[in-house]
Ligand binder design. Structure first.
Ligand SMILES: C=C(O[C@@H]1C=C(C(=O)O)C=C[C@H]1O)C(=O)O
Length: 130
């Protein structure tokens, strides 16, 4: 923390750097929000077609790719791996929830997809397709 004795130029530099950090944090939040919009579309698509919420083979490819990107960006690959693993775990939770309530129609990247699944059929007594 800057004290009363801290030189004004140091204080100014600290403020500037923190403004930049705030901008970056905002970008991270917005990018995460966009990512979750897409993963929710994937979740709805999976629920509609009764695909499993998690895809470990896809995750392995992503982790390998991001480890490589981290290395070339001089970022600790282990940190990036932890971050992606944390995000993916949250996505899978959402996909599991979507699989349990797929009775509504929702927009997806591919258009409006009827969400029918075994859980919806059990709740409504309807026969699910497929
Ligand atoms: C988004 C998907 O679902 C899950 C979440 C992933 C992610 O957040 O990147 C990757 C694989 C799946 O375990 C997907 O299958 O693409």
């Amino acid at each position: 923390m800057p004290t009363a004795n801290t030189d004004q130029s140091v204080r100014d530099e600290l403020v500037q750097l923190r403004q930049s950090i705030d901008n970056i944090d905002a970008a991270v939040v917005h990018m995460l929000a966009e990512r979750f919009k897409r993963t929710r579309q994937v979740g709805r698509l999976k629920a509609a077609h009764r695909l499993p919420p998690a895809d470990p083979s896809r995750e392995a490819v992503q982790l390998a790719r991001l480890r490589g990107l981290a290395e070339s960006a001089q970022l600790a690959p282990g940190f990036v791996e932890k971050l992606l693993t944390f995000v993916i775990a949250e996505v899978i939770k959402e996909h599991e929830a979507l699989a349990l309530r797929p009775q509504d129609e929702e927009s997806t990247a591919a258009g409006r997809v009827p969400r029918r699944g075994p859980a919806a059929a059990a709740l409504t007594g309807a026969r699910s397709s497929g």
